[in-house]
Write a protein that binds this ligand. Structure first.
Ligand SMILES: C[S@@+](CC[C@H](N)C(=O)[O-])C[C@H]1O[C@@H](n2cnc3c(N)ncnc32)[C@H](O)[C@@H]1O
Length: 266
């Protein structure tokens, strides 16, 4: 997989590489936390169905399915949708996969709990896109349905906050080093939109991997997110957490995540 930069597919078009390089640990505890949020903030209704947006490999949705919940996922990348469907089939799970742009989408059915995880909300860049996304998600929720948004924290506020994150992925036959971002990334200070340069270097079953790409991500601040949510008038904020766990409140000094639990307004 060593090709001149520019001829490479985009990261999300190589789902197995994304899934290896960015695989999150703790999917089970995250799903426990999401179920607990539902119990706490929508206790008058049973939880039967979930919707994961910008779901990528859909590992959280698949965990819900393995616990006998109905799940649907939305992603706008064909390869990622095929990959999620293949993971479901391999594990004999039923996952409803929809290829759609989360900015505005229409899919069958309504859901009890929607979620967007791992800062995928950063793929929406403007207040108007976020507003349109909130309306679409509102339309797909049942009465009092919840929408959980997990953004990163602290958000990028100036050039000094642009750090490189690096990690190693080591498994049988696989060794990868992932560099996510550089301090020199292009950064639009007004919109807080960063061109995050990424580099994945290593060896998979004897084949060299030297892959570069970039992601364009908005770093939503709490105040920017909250103002769009409040102005939309379709959701109320019922909790602001520091993790996918209703027992961990958001703490600006300590938290690594900014998690909102929104409830659908009728
Ligand atoms: C960071 S990855 C997936 C992360 C996933 N939420 C997780 O927890 O592993 C972001 C995903 O968002 C998808 N995506 C980006 N922009 C999108 C859009 N406008 N509508 C739907 N999906 C989008 C990409 O194709 C990609 O699969």
């Amino acid at each position: 997989m060593v090709k001149p930069f520019g001829l490479m597919p985009k990261l999300y078009e190589i789902p197995f590489l994304y899934d290896l390089a960015f695989r999150r640990t703790g999917i089970g505890p995250h799903v426990d936390g999401l179920i607990e949020c539902h119990k706490r903030f929508r206790h008058n209704h049973p939880l039967r169905s979930v919707l994961e947006l910008a779901a990528g490999p859909s590992r959280h949705a698949l965990e819900f399915v393995s616990r006998n919940y109905n799940a649907a996922v939305v992603d706008n990348c064909t390869e990622m949708c095929r990959y999620a469907a293949a993971l479901a089939k391999e594990n004999e799970l039923t996952l409803n996969v929809f290829l759609a742009n989360m900015r505005d989408y229409t899919i069958p059915n309504k859901y009890d709990l929607a979620m967007i995880l791992l800062n995928s909300i950063g793929h929406l860049h403007t207040a108007s896109d976020l507003r349109s996304h909130l309306f679409a998600t509102w339309r797909h929720l049942n009465e009092d349905g919840l929408y959980v948004i997990e953004a990163h924290f602290p958000n990028w506020v100036d050039r000094t906050s642009l750090k490189r994150s690096s990690w190693l992925v080591e498994m049988k036959d696989l060794r990868l080093r992932v560099d996510f971002g550089t301090p020199d990334d292009d950064f639009d200070l007004d919109m807080l939109i960063r061109k995050v340069e990424l580099h994945i270097l290593g060896d998979l079953r004897g084949e060299e991997i030297d892959y570069q790409d970039y992601l364009i991500l908005r770093s939503w601040s709490a105040s920017a997110l909250e103002s769009v949510i409040v102005e939309s008038e379709v959701f109320e904020i019922v909790a602001k957490l520091g993790a996918l766990n209703p027992d961990i409140p958001f703490d600006p000094q300590e938290s690594m995540r900014l998690v909102y639990v929104l409830r659908r307004l009728e």
